[in-house]
Design a protein around this ligand. Structure first.
Ligand SMILES: Cc1cc2nc3c(=O)[nH]c(=O)nc-3n(C[C@H](O)[C@H](O)[C@H](O)COP(=O)(O)O)c2cc1C
Length: 203
């Protein structure tokens, strides 16, 4: 057994899945080049799934958040089906975390605060990109960036209404630890009322 693959039992995890998430996220510090990268799964109103990476920019012990374009494919999915799943994988430690729940937009004030703290290039990029819409070519995108740069020359770049944050309020978690001979450890948390119930699943 690799000494990195620490056994995981129901009695090892914190009663709070948020504390357990924080523990594993901290353990991954220095282990990964993009520790915040998570896969985000959404689905259309009739259940067709899609998946992409986003950066996890927020976790406050109650919710998990990311920022994006509200008119993107994921934004359109979330407008009609406000539920999502997040997946985080830390290869060096052989760990996977699944999080599922209900999604809502962050408030305008919260999105403004994050947007205002972004580098100017990212702000112009967010304004210029009609994410997930067809583009004729790269020049069209660069022309849109340039038009925005001229429009806001010498002044702060305002957050466009089509860009902002989402937060997911979890209803379920799974912590997966790699073990030898495919006998991995899996501990799930599900919400019963306001109580988090933990149990082990077969690998
Ligand atoms: C590591 C990584 C991080 C990313 N982070 C974000 C992000 O935080 N927000 C975002 O809108 N897109 C991010 N992207 C791009 C998305 O994966 C995706 O291409 C984009 O959001 C459009 O997805 P959609 O058409 O399904 O809406 C990231 C891509 C990678 C590979």
């Amino acid at each position: 057994m690799s000494e990195r693959w620490v056994p995981l039992d129901v009695s090892d995890v914190d009663p709070s899945p948020f504390v357990q998430f924080q523990r594993w996220f901290e353990d991954a510090k220095g282990e990964m080049t993009e520790r915040e990268a998570v896969a985000l799964a959404t689905a259309t109103g009739d259940g067709a799934p899609s998946l992409r990476m986003v950066l996890l920019r927020w976790h406050d012990g109650k919710t998990f958040g990311w920022y994006t374009n509200y008119e993107s494919r994921k934004g359109r999915d979330l407008a009609v089906n406000p539920r999502a799943a997040l997946l985080w994988y830390c290869e060096p430690l052989g760990r996977q975390i699944r999080i599922e729940g209900a999604v809502e937009r962050m408030s305008s004030l919260e999105s403004d605060a994050y947007f205002d703290a972004r580098p100017r290039g990212s702000q112009l990029g967010a304004r210029a990109s009609h994410q997930s819409q067809p583009l004729a070519d790269r020049d069209e995108l660069e022309a849109l960036v340039e038009a925005n740069a001229q429009e806001f020359a010498g002044s702060p770049v305002p957050r466009p209404t089509y860009w902002g944050g989402y937060r997911l309020t979890p209803t379920g978690f799974e912590f997966w630890q790699h073990r030898d001979s495919r006998l991995h450890d899996r501990v799930v948390y599900r919400l019963e009322g306001s109580q988090w119930i933990r149990e082990r699943l077969a690998p």
